[in-house]
Design a protein around this ligand. Structure first.
Ligand code: ZN
Length: 364
């Protein structure tokens, strides 16, 4: 009952299941399709007890154990503990209780090739070392598990897209690594191998037939990989805020009219960040009227994260998620897929991700 009281998504589905075609039965069957179900006892006009099957369309939580096997050396900030820290905090906050867990499948070559060149896909496979490390760029290495982890991280975005667009989950959060938003069409880098959100977005456009999809990216670094993939794709609007003096050291000049790139000064804080979202992201999103929204959810702009100096706090991630959800409810039937990007100090990463997920799943 807690779910019904606290979660708007569940309330929405409750109403739908009371439509005339909702089943009234006295057995205890779970409907097919893997969607969780529960029962509630209602009373009809003649006060005869009638057990309704109520489908709870819970938000999806997607992960894969291989994501924790990829590591780039004991001192590297993009470490295996990141996804575990988020998982533990979501569990401790009681948020996982209201989400459907899914294990991410590996993305196929066909799915990867919607955002990357086939040469890049094959190059990543060829570089995968049997032992030790293979350096991909000055900050990025592969270990023997990296390729599989990258396939599952990309596959998480594809599964999330399928679940949301098939109506089997209202929203999805992919707690996966390696991250993706620095991976360009033909180039890995910045801790990223395949661009997870971009692969999900192209799946939504090319397979599900959507015509307008928005990507919002609040990581402290600019999503140069996503911009490289989408700058000439008018079906996509990308809104990005980032600290201007950090990797990849460009992004101020948008590469296409569908790019809203806002470089923030160090210590811009929540006030500067919210002002940028208010003045630039929201009007662009309103005008674009996206049918679905993807989030590159990076939490390295937090004031306790030494990767950047923006000075954001949990309340800022909560606030920006709320703005995105409002746009999604207005234009996109609430359909949102969020994929983990950055965030390198465990406690603020876990707290910020929980603040984000809480709003994403309607528990705020
Ligand atoms: Zn980042």
């Amino acid at each position: 009952m807690g779910a019904r009281r606290r979660f708007r998504h569940c309330l929405m589905q409750d109403k739908e299941s009371r439509l005339p075609n909702a089943q009234c039965s006295n057995d205890n069957q779970i409907p097919p399709g893997g969607v969780q179900a529960s029962q509630t006892t209602l009373w009809n006009a003649s006060t005869t007890p009638c057990v309704f099957e109520v489908r709870l369309m819970l938000p999806a939580y997607i992960y894969h154990p291989d994501c924790s096997k990829h590591e780039m050396g004991s001192m590297h900030p993009e470490c295996p503990e990141r996804t575990g820290a988020i998982h533990d905090h979501l569990l401790m906050k009681g948020l996982l209780e209201f989400m459907q867990p899914f294990e991410a499948p590996a993305a196929t070559e066909e799915q990867l090739a919607r955002a990357h060149t086939m040469l890049h896909v094959h190059e990543m496979a060829a570089k995968s070392p049997a032992e030790g490390y293979e350096q991909v760029d000055p900050d990025t290495w592969m270990n023997p598990h990296t390729y599989q982890a990258a396939l599952h991280a990309a596959g998480a975005a594809v599964l999330a897209t399928d679940l949301v667009l098939r109506g089997e989950a209202p929203v999805a959060f992919c707690n996966v690594r390696p991250p993706g938003h620095h991976a360009e069409r033909a180039q890995a880098g910045g801790f990223c191998f395949f661009n997870n959100v971009a692969i999900g977005i192209r799946h939504a456009l090319d397979v599900h037939g959507l015509q307008r999809v928005a990507l919002v990216d609040f990581d402290v670094h600019h999503g140069n990989g996503s911009e490289d993939i989408f700058h000439d794709d008018e079906r996509v609007l990308m809104c990005s805020t980032f600290e201007y003096d950090l990797y990849p050291f460009f992004g101020h000049e948008p590469r296409g009219p569908n790019m809203v790139n806002i470089g923030l000064t160090p210590r811009a804080g929540g006030e500067g960040f919210r002002m940028a979202v208010d003045q630039f992201w929201l009007p662009a999103l309103e005008k674009f009227r996206p049918q679905m929204i993807f989030i590159s959810a990076g939490f390295d702009g937090h004031r306790e994260d030494d990767m950047g100096n923006l000075g954001l706090v949990e309340a800022d991630y909560e606030w920006v998620t709320r703005q995105v959800m409002e746009i999604a409810r207005r234009y996109a039937q609430g359909r949102v897929v969020s994929c983990l990007e950055g965030g390198y100090v465990m406690s603020p990463l876990a707290r910020s991700a929980a603040a984000h997920v809480k709003v994403l799943i309607g528990a705020d």
